[in-house]
Design a protein around this ligand. Structure first.
Ligand code: DC
Length: 438
C-alpha cells in the first residue's frame, strides 16, 4: 500500500523547497503539481487557446500527454514528449496559470492524472488541493502557511537574486494578498486546509526547522501505522485450534487473576453457552473486563479504546482475549466492522456503555454503541452489575441479569431516540444489578 504525504498551502509558504528536502530524506517521490498546471498554461499559450474557450480546452485535454520523469531524483516534466523546465516559469505562464487552474475541466483532468501517476508509490505531493481533493485519505496532511508579509519578503529576495527589480515590496505584498483572496474564495477547489491537516506556520522558522517539524510528523504517523497494524493483526486459525488455544489462554489468565481477586459470579446461567450476545456492564476499574473474561469459559471479546494497546504488555493480554480496539477520536469503521462480524460469527461481546470508568458517577452521557450493535446485529443484551473495590485480595462480584430482548426495535439502529431509549434500559438494568445481593 502506498504512503501519501499531502502538502498544501499558499504560494510562497515554502512548499516547493521543503517538500523536495523531505522527499529526498525520506525517499518519497516528490510531486510538484503546480508544474502540471503551468505545463497546461504553457501549451495553451503556444496553441493560442483562450481560457474562455472551453471546447478547445476540452479538446486539448483529450489530446495532451503529460509525463513526469523522476530518474534524476527530481521531477522533470514532459509535455507531448518535450521536456519543459524554464518554459514553466516565464512571466507569461505566471500570468495565466491561476485562471487556467480554475477551469473545472482542467482541475478534473489534473486530479485524475495526479492520482494515476502516484499509484502504488510512496509519495510527497505539494499543491493547493492535495489533501482536500486529490488524496483525501492521505496518511499525512500538512497545511504549510506563512504570513503574507513574510511571503512577500521571500518573493522580493528571490526576485533580487534573479535580478528582477520591477516590483517593490508593497506591490508584491498587494499582489500576494489579492492572489490569496482569489485562491481562497474561488468556487472551484478553493485553497483551504483539510479538516484533518496539520498546520505548520513557516513565518518564523528556517527551512531546516520546517523540514524537521514535518519529518517528525511523518515519522510519528509511520510509527502509529505500524502500531495499528500490530493492534489489528489477526491470526487466522482453525476453529479447533482457536478453541484449544483459548482454553490454554483462559487458564493462563485465571492463573494470574485468581490469586489477586476472588471472583464470585451470580446468575451464571444467564450467559448462554453459545450464540451471539452482548454483555453490558458498569465500568469500575481497568481490571473489571478481565474479571468478566476470567470468570467465563466462553471467550468474552471486549471493545476497548485503542490507546491501551500501545502498552506492549497490555496489548498481549488484550489480544489474548481477541479484544476489539476502538478509536474514539474518529468514526472507527474498522472497529465497527469487526464487532458486527464477531456477532455474526456468534461471538460473545463485552461493552461498557458508560464508555469510561465510573462514567455514571462522573455524569458522563451513556454511549449508544452497545444499543446500536444490539439492534443492528439483532442480538440480546446480557446486563451485568460489577461490584468490588478492586483492591488486591478482595472479592469481585459479578451479578448477571436475564438477557434483554430488543427485537421490537430491530432495524431502528439509526434512530437516535431509539438508541437513547435502549441505552437507558440497558443502563437501568445494570444499575439494578450493581445494587443486588451486596
Ligand atoms: O505552486 P505553483 O506556483 O507552481 O502553482 C502554479 C499555479 O497552479 C498556482 O496558481 C496555483 C495552481 N495550482 C493549483 O491550483 N492546484 C495545485 N494542486 C497546484 C497548483
Amino acid at each position: 500500500m502506498s504512503f501519501i504525504v499531502a502538502v498544501d498551502g499558499p504560494a510562497g509558504s515554502g512548499k516547493g523547497t521543503v517538500t523536495k528536502l523531505i522527499g529526498d530524506k525520506l525517499k518519497l517521490v516528490t510531486f510538484d503539481t503546480g508544474a502540471m498546471y503551468r505545463a497546461i498554461s504553457y501549451h495553451m499559450l503556444q496553441e493560442k487557446i483562450s481560457v474562455d474557450d472551453i471546447e478547445s480546452v476540452k479538446k486539448m485535454l483529450d489530446e495532451i500527454d503529460i509525463k513526469l520523469d523522476f530518474s534524476t531524483g527530481s521531477q522533470v516534466l514532459f509535455l507531448n514528449g518535450q521536456k519543459l523546465v524554464t518554459e514553466l516559469r516565464t512571466k507569461e505562464v505566471n500570468e495565466i496559470v491561476s485562471p487556467v487552474s480554475h477551469i473545472p475541466e482542467v482541475r478534473a483532468a489534473m486530479v485524475k492524472l495526479q492520482r494515476k501517476l502516484a499509484e502504488g508509490q510512496n509519495v510527497i505531493m505539494e499543491g493547493r488541493d492535495i489533501g482536500t481533493a486529490v488524496f483525501p485519505n492521505a496518511a499525512v496532511k500538512i497545511y504549510l502557511d506563512a504570513s503574507a508579509e513574510e511571503r512577500a519578503k521571500r518573493r522580493l529576495k528571490q526576485n533580487l537574486e534573479n535580478n528582477i527589480t520591477n516590483m517593490s515590496y508593497e506591490e508584491i505584498l498587494e499582489s500576494i494578498n489579492k492572489r490569496d483572496e482569489n485562491d481562497k474564495n474561488s468556487d472551484i477547489s478553493p485553497l483551504r486546509k483539510a479538516d484533518d491537516a496539520i498546520v505548520v506556520d513557516s513565518s518564523n522558522l528556517t527551512i531546516d526547522q520546517v523540514t524537521d517539524k514535518i519529518i517528525k510528523i511523518i515519522n510519528d504517523k509511520k510509527k502509529m501505522i505500524k502500531l495499528e497494524k500490530k493492534i489489528y493483526s489477526e491470526m487466522p486459525e482453525s476453529a479447533f485450534k482457536h478453541a484449544t488455544l483459548w482454553s490454554i489462554k483462559h487458564a493462563m489468565l485465571l492463573f494470574f487473576y485468581w490469586p489477586v481477586y476472588r471472583l464470585k459470579v451470580v446468575n451464571k446461567q444467564y450467559v448462554p453457552k453459545d450464540g451471539a450476545y452482548i454483555i453490558c456492564a458498569n465500568h469500575l476499574n481497568m481490571l473489571d473486563a478481565l474479571a468478566v473474561v476470567c470468570s467465563n469459559k466462553r471467550k468474552v471479546r471486549f471493545l476497548c479504546k485503542d490507546e491501551i494497546f500501545k502498552n506492549k504488555i497490555l496489548r498481549g493480554v488484550l489480544k489474548t482475549a481477541d479484544t476489539i480496539p476502538i478509536n474514539r477520536e474518529k468514526n472507527d469503521i474498522e472497529s465497527m466492522k469487526r464487532t458486527i462480524k464477531g456477532l455474526k460469527n456468534g461471538d460473545l461481546l463485552g461493552i461498557f456503555p458508560e464508555g469510561t470508568r465510573r462514567g455514571l458517577e462522573k455524569n458522563v452521557k451513556v454511549k449508544n454503541g452497545a444499543a446500536f450493535f444490539a439492534l443492528k446485529s439483532k442480538v440480546k443484551v446480557i446486563p451485568l452489575g460489577i461490584q468490588g473495590s478492586f483492591k488486591p485480595f478482595t472479592k469481585v462480584k459479578l451479578v448477571y441479569g436475564e438477557p434483554l430482548d430488543f427485537s421490537e426495535y430491530y432495524g431502528k439502529e439509526k434512530d437516535k431516540e431509539t438508541l437513547d431509549k435502549v441505552s437507558d434500559i440497558i443502563m437501568d438494568n445494570i444499575i439494578m444489578l450493581t445494587n443486588k445481593e451486596k
